[in-house]
Ligand binder design. Structure first.
Ligand SMILES: Cc1cc2nc3c(=O)[nH]c(=O)nc-3n(C[C@H](O)[C@H](O)[C@H](O)COP(=O)(O)OP(=O)(O)OC[C@H]3O[C@@H](n4cnc5c(N)ncnc54)[C@H](O)[C@@H]3O)c2cc1C
Length: 221
């Protein structure tokens, strides 16, 4: 899948976190020479450590994402945010399928799996099996569309490895919760690679909030 994570718009900065907290005492901070004052950096750290989560909600990130359907399903389990997705009832999907760069085994039991890379021969075999299944599914999809069958029925044969795209609007508090779960080593590599790109956008928009979250062992407030 040629997926992407695009930050479509953001209304998000560190000062808004500070002022959402300072209103509690009827105060307000301003940037000093375009920079967050040291006491305000300290306040963000205090809010993060003490789990005063609501000041991190007064901001918005709007992302446009393309990824495989199985990644989107994991993503959309994150309820605190808004989603709109391409409709396969109205739109013919593109033959854009997920083939993993690295193929690995899964040993152990739930909660303590370990994933070991397969050798090149076995990895190539697995990729060929996936390609064959995708081709068969795509041929069936197109045959049904050519016969005039409704897209909403024909899509039933498509696999979860096909690409979808969606908009996701989310605030920093919920974003940190998402990132702590989906950038973790326990997350599936396929969603982690997207989550790491989301994390880069978060760091660029809210560097002090990002740093405080890292200092807090990536626990969302
Ligand atoms: C490694 C991993 C494995 C997983 N495996 C499975 C699995 O096997 N099966 C499965 O079904 N899911 C699985 N999930 C999904 C997981 O259970 C969550 O649905 C998903 O991670 C979203 O997390 P969240 O609820 O914290 O996020 P959000 O839905 O965005 O919620 C954010 C926060 O808001 C609060 N909140 C939201 N809704 C409620 C509510 N109804 N009641 C109380 N508080 C609420 C909570 O504090 C929550 O942390 C897995 C997730 C991960 C990361």
């Amino acid at each position: 899948v040629e997926g992407f994570v695009r930050l479509d718009a953001a209304l998000a900065n560190d000062l808004d976190v500070v002022n959402a907290a300072r209103v509690s005492l009827g105060n307000r901070s301003e940037l000093e020479d375009g920079v967050l004052a040291q006491r305000d950096v300290g306040l963000i750290g205090f809010l993060m450590r003490n789990r005063h989560g609501t000041p991190f909600e007064h901001n918005l990130f709007r992302f446009h994402i393309s990824c495989p359907i199985f990644v989107a399903r994991e993503w959309m389990r994150h309820r605190i945010g808004s989603f709109n997705e391409m409709s396969a009832r109205y739109t013919k999907l593109e033959p854009n399928f997920f083939i993993p760069d690295s193929v690995y085994t899964q040993v152990g039991k739930p909660g303590s799996y370990s994933f070991e890379p397969m050798d090149e021969y076995d990895a190539g075999w697995a990729q060929q099996i996936m390609l064959g299944a995708y081709e068969a599914a795509w041929d069936a999809y197109e045959a049904m569309l050519d016969a005039g069958i409704a897209k909403e029925l024909a899509r039933a044969v498509l696999p979860v490895g096909i690409a979808t795209e969606f908009y996701w609007s989310v605030n920093a508090r919920s974003l940190m919760n998402f990132l702590s779960l989906r950038c973790a080593a326990t997350a599936q590599a396929a969603i982690r690679q997207y989550a790491l790109q989301v994390r880069d956008h978060f760091e660029a928009q809210m560097p002090h909030t990002y740093a405080a979250w890292i200092d807090n062992d990536m626990v969302a407030p």
